[in-house]
Design a protein around this ligand. Structure first.
Ligand SMILES: *[C@@H]1O[C@H](CO)[C@@H](O)[C@H](O)[C@H]1NC(C)=O
Ligand SMILES: *[C@@H]1O[C@H](CO)[C@@H](O)[C@H](O)[C@H]1NC(C)=O
Ligand SMILES: *[C@@H]1O[C@H](CO)[C@@H](O)[C@H](O)[C@H]1NC(C)=O
Ligand SMILES: *[C@@H]1O[C@H](CO)[C@@H](O)[C@H](O)[C@H]1NC(C)=O
Ligand SMILES: *[C@@H]1O[C@H](CO)[C@@H](O)[C@H](O)[C@H]1NC(C)=O
Length: 425
């Protein structure tokens, strides 16, 4: 009996690795792929647009025009590669690229300018110290025009023909644009920006979390512009109105932890943890989520969404940084390790695409899944970068993570000895 228990514990010790992903291996692969991708793109006429998603069995990416919500992410990956390697090659490419999307600072037609500008001019400022404040401020002014004081939110989608003109629609993804507003407030001292962000985040807590988050989150909430009341809560990219769309929950988790770090409002940390816990407790064995947490995996084939996994792993590392709760580090570690071993673009002879990851879901209901996606690669790189920084920090200060890892190691050696001795009887 005792020997069986010791044996099981021993096996657990050996299969629970103290560190799963080697960030340098992931970074080397990314550098190789993005070198090929940037060379490939340098031959294209810039007027053909901006890469967004791709069929991994083809060599070329689909492109969008400059007004698409995803145009910042390739630039963000270039900046992240610069930060990871300190190689000016990536900096030059990133600077050249972001010039092409500069006009988006004046865009008041969508909420997504936070994504577009923070992944380019925001990271440029952070990684090089080049002052891009004027662009960040202008973008924050553009985004602020979408705020409706009666509703206390920023409009996400505009109404189309045939829509109820009184509706203000807010999607969970909009939490990701608050980083721009909090950053602009900090840099300019204009508190209008941060009060809009706080108001929007508070209303998201009230309306997007089902049963205070214990039953997941909604994708879309539509409010009345006239009265500020909720008109309907529904779904667009997920399975059904009250299911939880994986990427929506990943955006929510990331948006709340980033808002907490920038605003210091404790409740945003609480809701990042609520969202993160739901995400974590609904993952399959390989820690990479299906496209919707309520997808019926017993009935038919359901694709994964590696983008949701990458976004969540970055969010979890941020939660770890502020809470120092090893659970979040380990969760991010598992996701990243599985993305890096099971969902990479070198995983099959059929893959021809220059990307890091495959098996993203763009839009399930349009049959658009098992794709490469620019933002899956971007958040994967951001997560690997933060993962490597945390490892370095921990090995310098030998804090609890390093200590707990080595204690596990010592315990395993001890058990091995006990088992070995026991086996001799
Ligand atoms: C702060 O930003 C808001 C929103 O763009 C703007 O209306 C206001 O004039 C700004 N305040 C100052 C002091 O610049
Ligand atoms: C919702 O969760 C928060 C954070 O855990 C908690 O402080 C709050 O009391 C909960 N609210 C309700 C209505 O259960
Ligand atoms: C979810 O929504 C569907 C219809 O959209 C409804 O049939 C079902 O009862 C709802 N489930 C819950 C738990 O609210
Ligand atoms: C990943 O995508 C490929 C097609 O590109 C597909 O064959 C494979 O089943 C997908 N993996 C999973 C786990 O769904
Ligand atoms: C950890 O130590 C290395 C080498 O001494 C140093 O380059 C790095 O900046 C340190 N990292 C942190 C986060 O202190």
């Amino acid at each position: 009996m005792v020997r069986i228990a010791v044996f099981i514990t021993l096996v657990l010790c050996l299969v629970i690795p103290s560190k799963c992903i080697d960030p340098n291996v992931a970074i080397n692969f990314a550098v190789r792929k993005y070198t090929q991708l940037s060379e490939q793109l340098s031959e294209d006429d810039p007027s053909t647009g901006f890469i967004t998603t791709a069929d991994p069995t083809k060599t070329t990416w689909y492109k969008t025009d400059v007004m698409d919500w995803t145009v910042g992410f390739y630039g963000g990956s270039l900046w992240t590669l610069y930060a990871l390697t300190h190689d000016d090659h990536w900096k030059d490419l990133a600077e050249e690229y972001q010039e092409r999307i500069k006009l988006r600072q004046y865009d008041t037609s969508t909420h997504d300018v936070g994504f577009v500008i923070m992944t380019t001019y925001g990271l440029c400022r952070e990684y090089t110290g080049t002052e891009t404040l004027a662009i960040i401020k202008q973008t924050a002014e553009s985004l602020s025009t979408r705020f409706y004081p009666t509703v206390r939110v920023m409009r996400s989608w505009n109404n189309g023909a045939g829509d109820n003109a009184d509706e203000i629609k807010v999607i969970a993804d909009n939490m990701m644009n608050l980083e721009l507003l909090y950053t602009a407030a900090k840099l300019t001292g204009n508190e209008t920006f941060s009060s809009i962000a706080t108001s929007h985040a508070d209303r998201t807590i009230e309306e997007h979390f089902r049963n205070n988050g214990s039953s997941g989150t909604y994708h879309v909430v539509a409010f009345s512009e006239r009265t500020g009341e909720v008109l309907r809560k529904y779904n667009a990219q997920g399975l059904r109105d009250n299911s939880t769309w994986s990427r929506g929950l990943a955006w929510t988790t990331h948006g709340f932890i980033t808002s907490y770090i920038l605003s210091n409002h404790q409740r945003y940390l609480e809701y990042a943890i609520i969202a993160g816990n739901y995400f974590l407790s609904h993952l399959p064995y390989d820690f990479v989520p299906y496209w919707d947490f309520d997808a019926d995996i017993t009935a038919s084939y359901q694709p994964r969404d590696t983008a949701a996994g990458a976004i969540a792993s970055h969010a979890f590392l941020k939660i770890y940084q502020v809470t120092r709760d090893a659970k979040w580090f380990d969760a991010a570690d598992r996701i990243l390790e599985n993305l890096n071993t099971r969902y990479r673009s070198d995983g099959s002879d059929q893959y021809k695409i220059n990307s890091i990851l495959v098996n993203g879901t763009v839009f399930f209901h349009q049959g658009n899944f098992n794709t490469a996606i620019v933002y899956a690669d971007f958040y994967f790189l951001q997560a690997v970068k933060l993962y490597r920084e945390i490892l370095q920090e921990n090995s310098n200060s030998s804090n609890h993570l390093a200590i707990s890892k080595s204690l596990v190691g010592v315990f395993c050696v001890f058990l091995m000895k006990v088992y070995h001795n026991g086996a001799e009887y």
